[in-house]
Design a protein around this ligand. Structure first.
Ligand code: ZN
Length: 334
C-alpha cells in the first residue's frame, strides 16, 4: 500500500514520508498524487505503538480513536481506518481499526504514580516525601527559554471603591499576604502570567460588568522554563531512540496529569491541601534551575499560563482597563 504525507497529521511522520520518498505517485489511501512511500516502511513503528494497547471489550475507545484523540496521528477517520485495516489484515498489528482497546497494564500503572505522590504528600509526609518512584530528573528539566523582553499579561479585577490600578499594583501581593496557589506555597509569591490578554480574563474568572485591569509585563532576562506543553511525539520517540516509545508515552501521560492539576480552576471550597502536590512539582522545577513553568490554561484552551518563581523577572510596563460586557456559559449533563 502506497501512502503519502497527506494521510497523516503527525508532523514527524509527514516529514519522514517527504524526506524518504523517491517518487510522486497515486496514494492508495487518500488518493492524492504526491510523494509516496510503501506502508511497510512504517511497520516497525506501528507494531511497537499499537503494541502499547491491548484489546478490552469494556473500553469505550477503539484503536482509531486511541491513536487520534491523544496522538493526532492520521489526517482523517477514513485514512485511519484504511491504514490500520491494511496493517491488521496483513498480520502486522494485532488489533483491528474498530477493536476496543486500552493501554497495557504497564502503561496504566504509570497513571497511578502521580496519584500516589499526591496522596503521600498530602496525607503522609510533606517535606521529605519519598519520590523515588518518580523519575523526576527526566520529567522536569528546563526545556524552553523565554527570551528577554517577552511580552506577557496579568489581570486583576478592580476592587470596589478603586478607580484604576497602576503598573506598581499589578505585581504580586507582599510575601506576608501571599496565599497558597496551585504553584506557590503560602507566603512565597510567584508571578502568574498569561501569553495573551484574553486568557487573563478567563484566569481571573471575571464576571459580567467586572472592571478589570490588564497589565502588560516584559521579562527582564532570558528565563529557563519547564514547558509542560512540550509535546512528546511518538514517532520521534521511536526513531530517536533516546527513550523507548513506551517510556515516552508514560512520561507524556504523567505530564498530562500534572498539567491537569496545575490548570484546574480554583474553586470556592478548595483547601490549601489541594495545592500541595503541584507546589511540590514547582519546588522540583526550581531545584532543577528552572525560573518558571508554562502550561496550557484549562479555562481558555488557546492560552498558556506562565508562572515565574521570582516576581522580579518580569516588569509591568502599562495597564489597560476593560469592562466585561459579555459572558458565555455552557454546560454538560452530569
Ligand atoms: Zn495519502
Amino acid at each position: 500500500m502506497k501512502i503519502c504525507s497527506n494521510c497523516f497529521n503527525d508532523e514527524e511522520i509527514k516529514n519522514f514520508i517527504i524526506s524518504s520518498s523517491s517518487d510522486i505517485a497515486h496514494c492508495d489511501c487518500c488518493e492524492n498524487d504526491d510523494c509516496v512511500i510503501d506502508l511497510s516502511e512504517l511497520y516497525d513503528f506501528f507494531i511497537e505503538f499499537t503494541g502499547l494497547y491491548c484489546k478490552d471489550d469494556a473500553s469505550s475507545t477503539d484503536l482509531i480513536e486511541a491513536l487520534n484523540s491523544q496522538w493526532n496521528i492520521f489526517s482523517s477517520e477514513e485514512c485511519s481506518e484504511q491504514i490500520l485495516d491494511n496493517l491488521y489484515k496483513s498480520g502486522i498489528i494485532k488489533h483491528g481499526a474498530r477493536d476496543k482497546v486500552r493501554y497495557i497494564d504497564d502503561i496504566l500503572e504509570c497513571t497511578k504514580v502521580w496519584d500516589k505522590l499526591k496522596k503521600d504528600v498530602t496525607t503522609k509526609s510533606r517535606f521529605f516525601t519519598d519520590i523515588t518512584s518518580f523519575e523526576w530528573g527526566s520529567f522536569i528539566q528546563p526545556n524552553d527559554i523565554l527570551r528577554k523582553h517577552t511580552i506577557l499579561y496579568r489581570a486583576r479585577i478592580v476592587p470596589d471603591g478603586t478607580d484604576k490600578l497602576t503598573p506598581g499594583q499589578m505585581g504580586c501581593a507582599p510575601a506576608q499576604k501571599t496565599p497558597s496557589g496551585r504553584a506557590n506555597p503560602l507566603g512565597i509569591p510567584y508571578l502568574y502570567l498569561c501569553d495573551n490578554k484574553r486568557t487573563t480574563l478567563y484566569e481571573t474568572r471575571s464576571v459580567y460588568l467586572d472592571r478589570v485591569c490588564i497589565g502588560t509585563f516584559r521579562t527582564c532576562r532570558d528565563l529557563d522554563i519547564v514547558n509542560f506543553n512540550s509535546v512528546i511525539n511518538p514517532f520521534y520517540a521511536f526513531t530517536d531512540g533516546s527513550d523507548t516509545l513506551r517510556d515516552s508515552i508514560k512520561k507524556r501521560i504523567i505530564i498530562d496529569s500534572i498539567c491537569k492539576d496545575l490548570s484546574k480552576p480554583l474553586r470556592r471550597f478548595d483547601t490549601e491541601l489541594e495545592y500541595v502536590p503541584t507546589q511540590l512539582i514547582c519546588e522540583y522545577c526550581k531545584l532543577n534551575q528552572a525560573d518558571g513553568i508554562m502550561f496550557a490554561s484549562s479555562l481558555h484552551p488557546d492560552g498558556q499560563n506562565i508562572v515565574l518563581f521570582d516576581p522580579k523577572d518580569a516588569k509591568c510596563t502599562k495597564v489597560d482597563h476593560v469592562e466585561i460586557n459579555k459572558v458565555t456559559i455552557s454546560s454538560t449533563r452530569l
